[in-house]
Design a protein around this ligand. Structure first.
Ligand code: IMP
Ligand code: MG
Length: 200
């Protein structure tokens, strides 16, 4: 076989393998089933906000949305918080473009926020390994806040969590991949009102 024919066969084979991989890992809503309804989420958020209002009574709170996953829970939670509260945001990306596989964790936007002497409440979508919240807490501690706690919609696979779990948790779920209410698959599905779980 001459080298040109070999090269042509190699290119054909590698592109067809790449194509089938792409098709295999592309998920649609048919690959998911409903897990938690928006009504159930709203009820838990009311309970979480009650606890937060009780715990921070007489204090001022700085709520920090970890974007983009926290967009729904932060929006609903802040409307139920009755203690004086300012809202800030920062961005954490822990998943690569694969959608379900963790990539390098990057944080953006810390430099725009004043943490000194503030009671900080981090709000995030999901606590999976705990790496994101643990890293953010460690970074923010350098800026001398009065306190740092966290509130999350979901804690996944509690047993695998590396550090102590967030102070405020709406739901604990199994170690399954979920989308909706802020949670994405390849940046899609964040706007679903309910939480959906990937079928087995
Ligand atoms: P951790 O650092 O392992 O706790 O992961 C936290 C981040 O990973 C979350 O803020 C999400 O952006 C992402 N993540 C973890 N599990 C899921 C999931 O099931 N669906 C969508 N995103 C997830
Ligand atoms: Mg995400």
């Amino acid at each position: 076989m001459n080298s040109r024919v070999f090269l042509a066969i190699f290119i054909c084979l590698s592109s067809s393998i790449g194509l089938s991989k792409h098709i295999e890992c592309d998920l649609t809503l048919d690959d998911f089933k409903p897990l938690i309804t928006n009504g159930e989420i709203q009820n838990r958020i009311i309970e979480m906000a009650k606890q937060i209002n009780h715990d921070y009574a007489g204090q001022e709170l700085t709520l920090i949305m970890i974007m983009k996953g926290a967009v729904c829970i932060a929006s609903d939670l802040m409307q139920k918080i009755t203690v004086p509260c300012t809202i800030e945001h920062m961005q954490a990306s822990s998943y690569g473009q694969n959608g379900t596989h963790a990539g390098v964790l990057t944080l953006k936007g810390i430099e725009n926020i004043d943490f000194e002497g503030k009671h900080i409440l981090l709000v995030d979508d999901i606590f999976d390994t705990g790496a994101t919240i643990t890293k953010i807490k460690a970074e923010l501690a350098q800026y001398n806040p009065a306190s740092i706690k966290s509130a999350v919609l979901l804690v996944k696979n509690k047993a695998r969590a590396m550090q102590e779990v967030p102070e405020y948790i709406a739901f604990t779920i199994e170690n399954q991949f979920v989308i909706g209410y802020g949670l994405d698959y390849k940046e899609l599905y964040r706007g679903l009102p309910d939480i959906w779980v990937k079928k087995d």
